[in-house]
Ligand binder design. Structure first.
Ligand code: ZN
Length: 477
């Protein structure tokens, strides 16, 4: 994710307060440290910051989402099948679904009782408990007008109505539950298949590969298939009067980019995509996704988002944002976090990719840039943690302090070991999940150094690092 205004932290303390005040208030049950245990019917997967997100007791392997959507009436009809494996015996279990009216739930073809609880819990009671280890298919039929989730840390999340009258879904940390039933946490990644039927004058973009559209009776069904496991907030749909551009990368990866009416002026920057992906592949290892491209909405939303294979770009997106969101295809999408307090694993690296790009393509002297940021910085810049920052503060420091921290790490361990570390991180955790402590351990192992004090000063403290950590290697004054 890249927020619309990155400069908050370089402003005065008053302005900083205004920036951070847009964040969600901390939740009373939030704790620091490791995940709470998630029992068989737990209404949350155990994230310390978002205890109600996701659900305990099962592991989703595949989503098959079928919807029909009528832009003029904003009416959605959904028929979603969730294939999962029970990790406990399940007398009941939850899916996350916000709003919308559920008409029927069945499990392996047998009707199941269900109820709605809280903001987004769909509670399902199978006729007989599902045995631990069993694979089961839950089919949910539902309908209604999807609602925007207005409480996002960076602005509204989830289902949004486009200027054209179309719609798109994007948001972090929540989005998917506004349009399909889901185990809504990045810890439970699964494959994703979407079939969306819309009136003939509309079209649909989503993640992954496209199958040939089918038309009948004035309606066209578009099918998109993401064969790699995807974190739920990285799934997306865009319904609009898209202009599609199709090509392939040198390695045969299919590229589909879609431009909403009014966003066609983004074609020249998206034309850099092959160069961007080749550059990032050189830094991080082979492109890890099944397809590529971008979704250019004609909206001034408050963020662009790294929706898997195909980022969603706000109207203000530029080439720097494309570099950032594409870097997430490695950092965040292929290697996903296990808990939101580790968001630096996504954002610090995607933000530092912008520096790497500037260094390689524009000849930017990164040490000079680093010193300039440090020299300008006020206390408010340093008083923000990069890890365990507290719920609602995930996105305050990672974009700028995160860049400095990774540049300092690079100078601390040297270019060669830093390059090895980036590639080894991705290859070790590709298509999976990982934690910040695992990154610290790998950094120390690759560096052959005890980095405890360095990493603590940069990532765990809300204060300016001591000079020995602030000016390592060629940064030393
Ligand atoms: Zn980002």
């Amino acid at each position: 994710m890249r927020r619309a205004r990155l400069a908050c932290v370089l402003l005065t303390a008053t302005a900083l307060a205004a920036c951070t005040n847009t964040a969600e208030p901390p939740r009373p049950s939030a704790t620091t440290g490791t995940r709470a245990p998630a029992g068989p019917s737990a209404a949350g997967i155990g994230d310390p910051y978002y205890p109600d997100d996701g659900n305990g007791g099962y592991d989703v392997t595949a989503y098959e989402v079928k919807i029909g959507y009528d832009p003029p009436s904003k009416h959605l009809e959904g028929d979603t099948t969730v294939t999962a494996t029970a990790t406990d015996e399940l007398a009941r279990f939850n899916l996350d679904l916000t709003g919308l009216t559920v008409s029927a739930v069945d499990i392996d073809g047998k009707q199941a009782r269900f109820s709605r609880e809280g903001e987004h819990e769909l509670v399902i009671n199978p006729d007989t408990p599902i045995a631990k280890g069993a694979t089961f298919r839950t089919r949910v039929r539902y309908a209604g007008e999807p609602q925007l989730n207005k409480d996002g840390t960076l602005g509204p999340n989830g289902w949004q109505i486009a200027k054209s009258g179309g719609a798109f879904a994007a948001g972090e940390p929540h989005s998917a539950s506004t349009w399909y039933p889901v185990n809504d946490h990045p810890l439970d990644k699964a494959t994703f298949r979407l079939s969306a039927q819309v009136p003939d004058d509309w079209s649909v973009i989503s993640n992954g590969h496209e199958e040939a559209p089918r038309s009948a009776n004035g309606l066209t069904t578009y099918t998109w298939v993401e064969p790699n496991r995807v974190a739920t907030y990285l799934t997306t749909i865009g319904i609009d009067k898209w202009t599609f551009e199709r090509s392939t990368l040198a390695d045969g990866t299919p590229v589909v980019s879609a431009y909403a009416p009014g966003a066609e002026d983004k074609k020249p920057i998206e034309a850099h995509l092959p160069e961007v992906l080749a550059f990032l592949s050189d830094k991080f290892g082979p492109y890890p996704q099944s397809a590529a491209g971008g979704i250019f909405v004609n909206e001034s939303i408050s963020f662009s988002l790294e929706t898997q294979t195909r980022p969603t770009y706000a109207k203000w997106a530029n080439l720097d944002v494309i570099v950032h969101e594409q870097a997430h295809q490695w950092f965040g999408d292929s290697v996903s976090l296990e808990r939101w307090s580790d968001i630096c694993l996504n954002e610090c690296f995607a933000s530092y990719a912008q520096w790497l790009w500037a260094e390689a393509k524009n000849g930017t002297d990164l040490d000079a840039r680093y010193r300039a940021v440090v020299d300008k910085s006020k206390d408010a810049f340093w008083n923000r943690k990069l890890v365990d920052m507290g719920p609602g503060n995930e996105f305050t420091a990672v974009y700028d302090k995160g860049q400095l921290a990774l540049h300092a790490l690079r100078r601390q361990i040297g270019d060669d070991k830093f390059a090895t570390l980036l590639k080894q991180w991705i290859s070790t955790h590709r298509d999976g999940n990982a934690t910040w402590p695992e990154f610290e351990a790998m950094a120390a192992q690759v560096a052959g150094q005890d980095l405890t004090r360095f990493l603590d000063a940069w990532f765990h403290q809300a204060s300016k690092p001591a000079d020995e950590f602030l000016y390592p290697g060629s940064l030393r004054k």
